[in-house]
Every structure is written in C-alpha cells, then in structure tokens.
Ligand binder design. Sequence first.
Ligand SMILES: [Zn+2]
Length: 120
Amino acid sequence: MIGKAEKTKKRALPVAAVIAAFSAGGALIFSAALLPLSTGLRIFLLGIALLALAGGVVGCLVRERQTACYACPCCGARFRPTLQSTVSGPHTFRKRKLKCPQCGEISYCRKEQASARFDR
Ligand SMILES: [Zn+2]
C-alpha cells in the first residue's frame, strides 16, 4: 500500500524533471551564446539544449495526460483522454477538443481539477 507522502512524492517528481529539463536547456543556450567557444562546440551545446527542451515538452505532455481530467459539455461525462488525443487535440488553457468516450461527440471539453472524481 502506498502512503499519502509517497503518492505526493511520485506526483511531484515529473514536475521537477520538467523544470530541470527546461532549466538545463536554457542554461546550455546561454552558455553557447555567451562563452567564447568554437563554432563546433556551440552547435554541440545547442543540440543538447534542443534535446533537453524537447524532453521538457514531452514531460509536460505526459504530465498533462497523467493528471488531467476532462468533462464533456454534451453529456457531462468525465474522462481521461489518450496520449495521442492529448498531443494532437487543439486546445486553450482550460479546454481541449476531444472525442467523448461515452456519447462520441467531438467538442471542446472543459478541464477539471486533477483531484476531481471521474467515471472512467
Ligand atoms: Zn459526452
């Protein structure tokens, strides 16, 4: 059985990893821009920075998939979208265009709190 402190630790780890990836990418970009380095080394640092930033974006998407719960405006069903629909669905800050697994309607579903109860 997992205790409440362990659950919190598991949930906090991806956020720390995402922040670390973005910080490392930013630090590498500034290093490549400001330090007196050869062109080859600058390109190498920028390549690593791009990989770190891409890792941060993927981490954000995985975190969104793990924690987000959406409510269908048509039938009110609450569901967690697939990773593919999370990545490919057009969205605003609080809404994402998703297909409801219950009624099949494609609409802008409202994002619920991570702690909200959902049916699926
Ligand atoms: Zn629905």
